[in-house]
Ligand binder design. Structure first.
Ligand SMILES: *Cc1c(COP(=O)(O)O)cnc(C)c1O
Length: 418
């Protein structure tokens, strides 16, 4: 019999657009004792999570709770609970995650129309609004910040057009919540989904979401039809049930309501992590957190430019939480990433689809978004590029970043020295 040695995980500096480094107190909270999912001690943790989640999501919606699974479980729960066979869904996609929305909407039977633009750009809102008016979709599904291209899309005007044309507006805000300002109520967003492993600094495994009474009405109507069919049989032969049991928001909200109707066995350790993660965010305050993300992004981009590297994409639509860098001509982007990991324990990201092999992506999200990480990443990148024969300006990157930090002091994360 082979005896396995205990698990050893080497330390890492994670500078990708997710997963990012977890808040240490979150990891500690996650190792708390197991509670049953109906234990009053646990249900009060659930109630506290809902209260804190509303604040972090900046919403007055009653429904704000996590779905078990990674971010796409939440996206799939929201879209699958709302969209029925043949429903019109408009998806303006400005990167890879727009195509994830497409795939999910098609699988639940939606009649999907895509709008696309050049990767690295975003849409003129008028193009989307024109299509909403002309085609009258039931749902408009969009990504707020697409990590594949590092762009963020303004949503307010589009949300207002959805509201006045009676379309439901559903938004993937996985890459932005708790790192950039996201305002579902002010922007007329009906349903919004995020994930734990990005700016919330919690390991991956939950998809917190929120929705308003317009979405709740759709879900409840499908549920009452379902109950009617069960009682009388459906003469039309139409099955309007939400197709997934696990991702049925009408059932999940009954578990997150005081009814506490039995559904799945809740992932209690993940909920402890979410509780602590949300608490830490609110303790820092959203304003200070957004400011910290802006400052570290400025320092990072100043350093990248000083090195002589070029940023990718429309600068006016840049995500604060992701920086895309063009891989210099003649440089093996994957060899650079491998050496950063092997020699420095630093992970940066490659890219997908049309951008594969063309750009690197560096995330500045949540707990990973701190001065120390930005400075060591810049120094490491400069030395790895030099080692691999790529010509960069030497000794300038960290200096440029330090300039940014010393004009305005970086807010420190509690628990990290200097
Ligand atoms: C990371 C990311 C997701 C990820 O989904 P997972 O299921 O958590 O892997 C979805 N949307 C966007 C915009 C993302 O950046």
């Amino acid at each position: 019999m082979i005896r396995q040695k205990p698990l050893h995980v080497a330390p890492r500096t994670i500078m990708t657009p997710g997963p990012v480094e977890a808040e240490p107190s979150v990891l500690k909270a996650m190792s708390s004792t197991v509670l049953g999912q109906f234990d009053p001690d646990f249900t009060s943790v659930m109630n506290e999570v809902m209260v804190m989640l509303r604040d972090v999501l900046q919403t007055g919606n009653h429904w704000a709770y996590p779905v078990d699974g990674t971010s796409r479980a939440g996206i799939e729960a929201m879209l699958g609970s709302v969209i029925e066979e043949g429903d019109r869904v408009l998806i303006p996609a400005f990167g890879r995650f727009g195509f994830l929305l497409k795939e999910i909407c098609e699988r639940v039977g939606g009649d999907v129309k895509m709008l696309t633009c050049e990767w690295g750009e975003v849409f003129e809102p008028s193009e989307i609004i024109g299509e909403i008016q002309a085609w009258q979709p039931k749902v408009v599904a969009m990504v707020h910040g697409d990590t594949s291209t590092g762009r963020v899309h303004p949503l307010k005007e589009i949300g207002e057009a959805c509201r006045s044309n009676d379309a439901l507006f559903i938004v993937d805000a996985v890459a932005t919540v708790a790192g950039m300002d996201v305002r579902p109520d002010e922007w007329c967003i009906d349903g919004l989904i995020t994930g734990t492993q990005k700016c919330l600094s919690i390991p991956s495994g939950l998809a917190p979401l929120t929705y308003n009474d317009r979405i709740e009405a759709v879900i409840q109507e499908r549920k009452s039809v379902e109950a009617g069919i069960a009682a009388a049989g459906d003469p039309s032969g139409h099955d309007r049930r939400i197709r997934s049991n696990y991702l049925d928001l009408s059932q999940l909200q009954d578990y997150w309501s005081p009814k506490r109707l039995n559904h799945h066995t809740e992932a209690t350790a993940m909920i402890y992590g979410l509780h602590e993660g949300l608490r830490v965010i609110l303790e820092e305050t959203l304003e200070a957190r957004f400011e910290r993300h802006r400052l570290n992004e400025q320092a990072l981009t100043a350093g990248i430019r000083a090195m002589g590297l070029e940023l990718f994409g429309d600068p006016d639509a840049k995500l604060t939480t992701v920086t895309c860098i063009r891989i210099p001509e003649g440089t093996d982007g994957e060899a650079v990433r491998r050496q950063l990991l092997d020699d420095y324990g630093i992970e940066i990201a490659s890219s997908f689809g049309p951008l594969h092999g063309k750009i690197w992506r560096i995330g500045t999200m949540g707990y990973s978004c701190q001065k120390r990480n930005v400075l060591i990443t810049l120094n490491a990148l400069e030395s790895v590029l030099t080692h691999q024969g790529c010509k960069v300006h030497k000794g300038t990157a960290a200096q440029a970043a330090l300039e940014v930090y010393h004009q305005k002091k970086a807010p420190e994360i509690t628990g990290i020295p200097g």
